[in-house]
Structures are given as C-alpha cells and as structure tokens.
Design a protein around this ligand. Structure first.
Ligand code: HEM
Length: 471
C-alpha cells in the first residue's frame, strides 16, 4: 500500500515539475520574443500595470502606447503575460489571416456571470453552429419585425412621459440622457422577456429573472406556446438544429440568455452619444430629420425596411460608434506564431485590437476627431440616393465597434435597428439642443473598458413647431 502511495507521489511530483518546466520555457520564449517588439519597460512583477493606471485605464493607455511606439506595440499585463496591440487595420488583417477565434482565458472568471454554456464560451465547430443559429434568430427579420409593434408602444409611451403628456411646449425640457437612455433600453429589453437582469444582485428584478430562468429549466418548451412566437426567449426555445431536434437545451437557453443580457446591457450609450452629436451638429440633425419625415410621413414605422431605409441616421450612429460609443478593446489568443513584417508575434501572446485607436487612425479616417456621417455613405448611381459604403475607412477592419472575424458581435443589426427606431421617433417629435455651451464638451472616464461620460449628457428636447402630421 505504502509503495502505491510512494509511486503516486513521485508521479504527481513529476507531473508538477513537467508543468513548471513547460510553463517556464513558454515564459522565457514570450519574454525573449516579446522584448524585441516596441513597447515600454516593464516591472518584473507587475508588468505595465502601473503605466496603465497612470493613464487612467487600459483604453487610454493603448492610445498613448500607439502614439509613442507606432502601429505594433507590446505591453505586459503581469509577470510573463505578453499582450500585443495593433491599431493598423492592414496589420490586423495579416494577423487575423490565421482565423483567430479564442478570447483570453482571463475572461473565464466571468463564466458564472455570462453563462459557461453560452456562445461566449464555446469554440470551434460548436461555436460555428451556435453562431449560425443565433444569427438566424437575432438578425432575422421575423424577430425584429415581430418586436416592432411592442417597441413602438414603449417608445411612444416614453416620449409622452418625457414631454409630460404634451404639456411641455416652446420652452422644451432638459433631460439627462445617460440615465434616460438606459431606462428606455431596459424597458425595451423587458419586451424581449429576459430583461432587467443583471440588475443589482438580490434586487426584486434580479429575483424575478432568477425565477424566470428557473422556470425555463423546469418547463417544457411546449408550455411557452401561449407566449406567441415573436419574443426572443420563445425563438431560442423553439430553435431547431439541422437534425430537427431542439437546438438549445434548457440549460443552454439559460446561459445564452445570460450572455445576451451582458451584450444588451450598455447599448444605451449609442443612443445618448448619437443624440449628443446631433445636438452639437444641427445641420446633420436637420438632414436626419428630413430623412425620417420623408420615410415615415409622421406615422410610426411599420416595417424593418422603414428603419433600414434611414441611411443617413444609420451613418450618424456609425460615426458616433467610431468616435465614442464603442467598446474599447477586442482580444484574441495567438494560437500560433505569426510574422508581421520584421516582427514575430509569438504563440500564446494576446492580440489586442484597441478600437478607439483604430477608429482615430488618420491614415484611414482623415480629420479623425470630426463628426462626419458622410464617411459611411456613397451615392448609389442607380437611384441617385445614398447607400452605405462597403468598407468604411477604406478597409474591412478600419471600423470594428462590433469586433471582427470569427467572433464578431451577433447583435449588431438588432442594436442599430433599435437605436434607429428610437432616434427616428425623437427626431420626428422634437428638436434636440444643448442646454448650455458647457454641455458641448463631454468629460470621459474609463470604466469597464469603455469611456463613460462623467457628468451626464444633458440635452434639451423641444416639441417641433410643425411636425409632419402624426398618427
Ligand atoms: C451598440 C451595441 C453593441 C456593441 C458596440 C457590441 C459590441 C460587441 C463586441 C465588440 C463584441 C466582441 C466581438 C469580438 O470579440 O470580435 C460583441 C460580442 C457579442 N455581442 Fe455585441 N455589441 C452590441 C450589442 C449587442 C446586442 C444588442 C446583442 C444581442 C442582442 C449582442 C450580442 C453579442 C454576442 C452574443 C457576442 C458574442 C459573440 C461570440 O462570442 O461569438 N451585442 N459585441
């Protein structure tokens, strides 16, 4: 018996030693290769963590890094953890040619929150199949079309509340849009039947969502039939794989819902920031309003096409995503070595695509700090009207607010269409202005890897004097 224990102990020590030696050799290689790349000196223990903190966060640090070291710059996130940031779309494309798929393991700590069986944590063939399903549900017109009446009702009710049931006249009303947009977005999410979670843990909304998710686990899909077929939860439950069996088990539906809640949570920023840009650029606001009036004739939009046809407004949303409303960083694990020019990007390093820095690269975006929605449009010779440019910024990876490649965002069409709907309604009913000159300048602070305005976004909504006749 003792012998068995001894052999087991020796084997365990052997495994441990092999692990340590392999890790040490990976570490040595990353150090050797990594330090040939341009980048700041690091501390042995903390890497460049102190530099990040001094710049106010990772997103701001990356901006600074590229200004100083050029389009490829490396930094150390801790002892031996090499990250390589690239802000040039062409170079990013060269690296992505190996079809990068894996996100960093560091995000594993979010598994409990995001749902370990959700799309965010699947990979390979499973992720591909799952993404196709997601895509068909989220981007499919049936889903978006079926949500439209409910969304119209919610936006109408919100606009009524903002204008105090029409009592607000010429003087208008000043609204803080960081909060107002978030509240509206949560209300719309409620229409999807999975909203309001994660709100504060143990709040009543949180308990309600837990109850719903437990319900998904215990009830048969059949029992949801009376919910109708349009809402997202029903579509997930009803989705079938190629062999005709349910695509998602109840446990998977649960985790997919958690993943989505995370994706949907901060969409309100695109709305508040675009409204702010339109208030700062009255000419653009007027062009967008004329487009809405012509397309909707004062009626609520009845089809998704009525949203897609608002090309200029769509371009305003994209330009805002480029300038400020996007998320800050996209990660991939380098699963093999790649040479980019004279630099070797080693396997096991983390590739970082800093969206803010890519979006302000002057080689792709002339006058990068200016708000110019026209960048996203070109003339359609067959109609003389506008159509979206195929590659904004002149390259397929110059505009990446929704990520890129194999793991790009699945909700982008849904997010843009919903924002177009809300903005269309607002422009139809109100003019949007800055209450004071000081409200023009937003002050940002980095929070959760995106830039958040610290003092709120205050805007004045004034009912239009002669809106196109309303329904
Ligand atoms: C303006 C709003 C949004 C922005 C800026 C945004 C941005 C992103 C980004 C940057 C990623 C990571 C992409 C990558 O790694 O290449 C992502 C992933 C994802 N997003 Fe969004 N997103 C938005 C809205 C939404 C919405 C509304 C949904 C769902 C209804 C959604 C669902 C997802 C999902 C499921 C993934 C993970 C895809 C995968 O792992 O394969 N997103 N999003």
């Amino acid at each position: 018996m003792l012998e068995v224990i001894e052999i087991a102990a020796i084997a365990a020590v052997g495994v441990l030693l092999t692990y340590i030696l392999t890790a040490a050799s990976h570490h040595r290689r990353l150090k050797e290769v990594g330090n040939k790349l341009p980048g700041p000196r690091e501390s042995f223990l903390w890497g460049n963590a102190a530099d990040m903190q001094a710049q106010g966060g990772l997103v701001l640090f990356l901006d600074h890094l590229h200004e100083r070291y050029g389009p490829i710059a490396r930094f150390w996130e801790g002892m031996g953890s090499l990250s390589i940031s690239i802000n040039d779309p062409q170079l990013l494309e060269q690296v992505n040619a190996i079809r990068l798929e894996k996100r960093v393991d560091g995000l594993d700590f979010l598994k409990g929150l995001l749902g370990a069986r959700g799309i965010g944590y699947t990979s390979g063939a499973q992720a591909k199949a799952r993404r196709q399903l997601w895509h068909s549900v989220l981007s499919g017109q049936p889903f978006q079309q079926s949500m439209l009446p409910a969304f119209n009702t919610t936006v109408e009710a919100t606009l009524k509340r903002w204008s105090k049931n029409g009592e607000i006249q010429g003087e208008g009303v000043v609204i803080e849009f960081n909060t107002a947009a978030r509240v509206l977005w949560l209300q719309l999410n409620q229409r999807l039947r999975y909203s309001a979670f994660p709100s504060l843990p143990f709040s009543s909304a949180w308990r309600e969502k837990r109850r719903l998710l437990t319900f998904i686990h215990t009830e048969e899909a059949e029992s949801h039939k009376d919910w109708g077929t349009g809402d997202l939860l029903s579509l997930l439950i009803a989705a079938k794989g190629q062999d005709g069996t349910p695509a998602f088990s109840p446990a998977e539906v649960h985790d997919e819902v958690l993943t989505l809640l995370f994706g949907v949570y901060d969409n309100s920023k695109i709305l508040s920031h675009t409204l702010h840009q339109l208030a700062c650029h009255p000419g653009a606001q007027q062009t967008a309003r004329e487009e809405v009036d012509a397309a909707w004739s004062g009626q609520p939009p009845r089809t998704i096409q009525a949203l897609i046809s608002l090309r200029y407004l769509h371009a305003c949303l994209q330009e805002t995503l480029r300038l400020s409303a996007g998320r800050g960083v996209i990660w991939r694990v380098m699963e093999q070595d790649v040479w980019v020019g004279k630099f070797l990007l080693p396997r096991n390093a983390t590739l970082v695509a800093p969206t803010a820095s890519v979006h302000s690269n002057p080689d792709y975006w002339p006058e990068p700090s200016k708000f110019k929605p026209e960048r996203f449009l070109e003339t359609d010779p067959s109609t003389g009207g506008w159509r979206p440019v195929k590659h904004p910024g002149g390259h397929s990876l110059a505009f990446i607010p929704f990520g890129f490649g194999l793991r790009n965002c699945l909700g982008q069409k849904y997010a843009l269409n919903t924002a177009t709907l809300i903005l269309g309604y607002i422009l139809q009913r109100f003019t949007v202005e800055l209450p004071t000159k000081a409200d023009r300048q937003l002050h940002f602070k980095e929070e959760n890897l995106s830039l958040e305005s610290t003092d709120g976004i205050h805007l004045r909504l004034t009912p239009r004097l002669s809106p196109v006749s309303q329904a």
